[in-house]
Design a protein around this ligand. Structure first.
Ligand code: BG6
Length: 483
């Protein structure tokens, strides 16, 4: 692991939801015992003028308590030593000039060498203005290194993503930019690469000759919470498919990189995106949840959620087929499925293998044979299951599907949160798990035509796996191999 140099991390939007729920708990863990101990000073910045260092620390303590990480006796020093707050007022150029002076003074006071991370955790509407203000007052460079972190959503179609890239690139080089897709920080998602490229076992079967389909599901039991207004303007295709699910697809389909290095890996992912055939709208089904019950408790319909238009046609469920038109994957459907208010939170990639080429057992006996499958569970019960056929003892000949299983929790009880991993990588300057400019544009290039289609949105009841109309997109479960 590269050594982490002492640095200042500035979180703009430091009183927001992301800071409260994700960044503070991750920083707490990393600074209290972990890799960032004594390496970072955290400066939160926001519009609120009523905070000073002390009151911000109180706010942060509450946030950590809410996250189940109360500051105990010996941990209480954490906030005193490394957490500060400065107001950005109305975020005018003058406010940012003052902010720059404050940062310089602050670095002197704390004897920091001028290495800076600017984490833009503002609402998406304020991203670009904030980045430009930083650039305008010269905060795009420093005596050490300067890195900028941008959260999703990165644009809402190809044109807006390009414009964002162009405007950020006016002040920051690509090497300075860390675009977050937090799925890439999940250990189990990273393990897709290890699983594929450190194990020869699957190497020779990872292709169209042996694999009949790949299914990627990201199911969530929750609804849209208090994000109604935002969600209603994006929908599931933009919120989950264009980014998280497409990342899972590229990691499953990509070729081995020339070396295990950020650009080599990202080059291969971009190649997969370039090989994806334009999406066929007849292979896409949208759904929207109605009112109903989950675990015996009534839940509201999507259109009754706060901030959502009563006649909204925004999709809360997507099932679609994608085809990677290259030598390895030609003809193999990649089925993507995601939705809110499904029966449970579960993310899985299922690799369905082909049936044996000769129906040896089915021809003369009553035995049924099922194709092998590899199920990579990304959350919860992280791990994998390899499904294979065994003979039941005694006559008549019958086969049964059994599993070889691995569960992370049994071996590694403490998996880091995605944000912990990503924060350490940013501090180390490792861009492997961050989305490059061409990658985000290629992805929007694929999804933008689909966004322009007016597709029907079918209702589905909460607690189900989406509308029935989606069944034709999905791979039938449990079918036996043909005779
Ligand atoms: C976010 C989406 O990016 O990912 C949310 O905006 C979604 O709608 C969330 O709930 C899912 O993340 P995770 O890590 O809980 O699977």
């Amino acid at each position: 692991m590269a050594e982490i140099e002492r640095h200042l991390m500035v979180v703009i939007g430091g009183t927001g939801d992301l800071m409260r729920r994700k960044l503070l708990p991750a920083m707490r863990r990393l600074t209290a015992q972990g890799q960032l101990k004594d390496r970072v000073v955290l400066l939160a910045a926001g519009r609120r003028t009523k905070f000073d260092d002390e009151s911000y620390r109180e706010w942060a303590k509450e946030a950590l308590e809410e996250a189940g990480m109360p500051i105990d006796e010996d941990g209480s020093g954490w906030c005193q030593q490394c957490l500060y707050y400065r107001s950005l007022g109305e975020q005018t150029v003058d406010d940012f000039k003052r902010f720059r002076t404050a940062i310089e003074e602050f670095e002197q006071e704390h004897d920091l060498p001028g290495n800076r991370i600017f984490y833009i955790a503002t609402p998406p509407g304020a991203f670009i203005e904030t980045v430009e203000r930083l650039g305008e007052v010269g905060l795009n460079s420093s005596p050490g290194w300067t890195r900028i972190v941008i959260e999703k959503p990165f644009g809402n179609d190809l044109d807006s993503a390009r414009e964002l890239n162009d405007r950020i690139h006016r002040y920051f080089d690509e090497e300075q930019i860390y675009r977050i897709d937090h799925y890439l920080g999940k250990e189990t998602v990273q393990n897709l690469l290890t699983f594929r490229f450190a194990n020869t076992l699957f190497d020779s079967v990872w292709n169209r000759d042996r694999i009949s389909s790949v299914e990627i599901t990201v199911a969530e039991d929750l609804g849209i919470g208090d994000r109604g207004e935002f969600y209603d303007s994006v929908g599931a295709l933009r919120d989950m498919v264009q980014n998280h699910m497409t990342q899972l697809l590229t990691l499953t389909a990509m070729e081995a990189p020339a070396e295990f290095e950020a650009d080599a890996i990202r080059d291969e992912k971009v190649k997969v995106l370039r090989s994806l055939a334009p999406f066929d709208p007849s292979q896409v089904v949208y759904g929207q949840y109605t009112a109903g019950e989950i675990d015996g408790k009534p839940v509201r319909a999507y259109t009754e959620e706060e901030g959502v238009a009563q006649d909204s046609h925004t999709e809360t469920f997507v099932a679609m087929r994608a085809y990677v038109q290259n030598w390895r994957w030609h003809g193999v459907p990649f089925v993507l499925r995601t939705g809110k208010r499904l029966p449970e939170k579960r993310s899985q990639t299922v690799i369905n293998f082909r049936c044996p080429s000769l129906a040896l057992f089915q021809q003369r006996t009553q035995a049924t044979v099922h194709a092998n499958a590899l199920i990579l569970t990304l959350q919860p019960d992280e791990g994998f299951d390899l499904k294979f056929e065994v003979k039941e003892p005694r006559d008549p000949l019958r086969l049964q599907t059994q599993s070889l299983s691995f569960r992370y929790a049994e071996v590694f009880p403490d998996l880091p949160d995605a944000y912990e991993t990503l924060l350490v990588d940013i501090a180390q300057g490792d861009q492997t798990l961050f989305v490059r400019a061409d990658e985000v544009e290629e992805s929007w290039r694929l999804y933008t035509p689909l966004l322009k289609e007016q597709l029907p949105v079918y209702p589905y009841e909460p607690g189900t796996m989406g509308p029935e109309e989606a069944d034709r997109i999905l791979i039938p479960r449990g079918e036996s191999c043909p005779i």
